[in-house]
Design a protein around this ligand. Structure first.
Ligand SMILES: *Cc1c(COP(=O)(O)O)cnc(C)c1O
Length: 417
């Protein structure tokens, strides 16, 4: 018997479908020089500070006295302390190193975290959405509530009408490139606190934020440590898509917890952590302990090399170099926004994120416009409907190409309009 929930997953994977269409067109028109503005991967190389750290860590591995095998469960102290100091304390947020779990990236953790919850919890996601949140919950047999985000509501999700237990939020957003202001995010933190819900906050694009009023972490919002888990990734921040490293913050103050017996909960909490009150009450530290238990059972850590590489981006040179690469992509984003707006398109995102969400002209369907772009301009985009039904009538463009290609792609689109 197989897990039949897997059969409920939606068929073709969006990016393989795109690759197939591009391949078919190339067979038809072998001389066409195709530029992709569809790539969801970074293209600029790792920065020198990271490369240097990787070389150094590799040399350590060659000598018995500095060789490292399995690392500590939550990640090396040097990295967790750098994270706490730079990503949180520097922003006035008080996060303890024990609340940080180093991972091999945000995809695994955003996909796996739902394992801690009962099958019966109700999940809400924004629509369009990063497919991992949906598919991992479908695999677990859960029902999903969709919160549409379109130009009509300015891409700000409305609070759900029915009770939900978990809300996945990703800001700056993939795919729309839009953000929530501090006040808009506070609405969700307040909802979670009042409704005993959890927020799973994906901050993978945090490093791209340029605007003052856009929070870098959900913990900038008062009360968020009692209701939110936050996922970070070095993939888009520092080009770590092939290196693999990220981290997840599971605050000990998180209040909502699955209803477990007191004894069971105490067993899961380690000795030095707070013991539960005799009856009911706050189960402080439980989700943190459960995640630790889950990770130490199923995950054997991120490589020492990756963690040293991640540490290097917090050095003064690392910070400067990472900022320069992000500025390169954001220059592309600005060029795209301006050029497409001049051509008459309705363009969203691209200000605090490397993604632009573009309304198709003349009410074309996402795939129709994709075909037009491919065949007329020889430019590849990503059909918005592939991220959810509310994405119909939009396409996603990314700023991850080279400046030259981006400029050329825009010139061609303009010529063919
Ligand atoms: C790219 C991306 C991630 C990062 O995934 P990694 O596994 O860290 O490479 C996470 N969330 C979203 C929404 C992304 O687009």
């Amino acid at each position: 018997m197989i897990n039949e929930n897997f059969l409920k997953l939606s068929g073709a994977y969006l990016f393989s479908e795109i690759a197939q269409k591009v391949k078919a067109y190339k067979a038809e028109a072998p001389r066409a020089d195709i530029i992709s503005l569809g790539i969801g991967d970074v293209t600029q190389p790792l920065c020198p500070a990271v490369i240097e750290a990787l070389h150094k860590a590799t040399d350590e591995m060659a000598i018995a006295t500095s060789f490292r095998g399995y690392g500590p469960e939550r990640g090396y102290d040097f990295l967790r302390e750098a994270i706490v100091a730079n990503d949180f304390r520097a922003r006035g947020i008080d996060i303890d190193a024990d609340e940080v779990f180093v991972s091999d990236g945000a995809k695994s953790d955003t996909g796996n975290f739902q394992e801690l919850l009962s099958k019966d919890v109700r999940i809400a996601v924004t629509d369009p959405v990063y497919p991992v949140y949906v598919d991992s919950n479908v695999m677990a047999g859960r029902e999903i509530v969709y919160l549409p985000c379109t130009a009509e509501n300015d891409f700000v999700p409305q609070l759900p009408k029915e009770h939900v237990d978990v809300i996945y939020l990703c800001y700056p957003n993939n795919p729309t490139g839009t953000t929530l202001t501090r006040n808009q995010l506070k609405v969700w933190v307040d909802y979670a606190l009042q409704n005993n819900a959890l927020i799973f906050y994906d901050a993978a694009y945090e490093a791209y934020i340029q605007s003052e009023n856009v929070p870098h972490s959900i913990y900038e919002i008062l009360g968020a440590k009692r209701c939110a888990v936050e996922f970070h990734s070095y993939s888009k921040t520092a080009g770590f898509t092939g290196i693999r490293c990220g981290y997840t913050v599971v605050p000990k103050a998180l209040l909502p917890a699955p209803p477990v017996g007191r004894r069971a909960a105490n067993q899961l909490l380690s000795k030095d952590e707070e013991v539960l009150p005799p009856t009911g009450g706050v189960r402080e530290g439980l989700l943190n302990a459960l995640w630790n238990r889950r990770q130490s059972t199923k995950f054997n850590g991120t490589s020492y090399l990756s963690q040293r590489a991640a540490e290097a981006i917090y050095t003064p040179e690392g910070k400067e170099q990472v900022k320069a690469t992000i500025a390169y992509y954001m220059k592309n984003a600005r060029l795209m926004r301006e050029a497409l707006t001049d051509m008459g398109f309705n363009v969203y995102g691209g200000v605090d994120a490397p993604y632009l969400w573009v309304r198709t002209p003349n009410d074309m369907k996402s795939w129709e416009f994709f075909d037009w772009m491919l065949r007329s301009a020889h430019v590849v985009c990503t059909p918005g409907v592939g991220f959810g039904s509310a994405g119909e009538g939009y396409v996603r463009l990314t700023a991850f190409g080279t400046y030259e290609n981006t400029k050329e792609a825009l010139r061609r689109i303009n010529d063919k309009l």
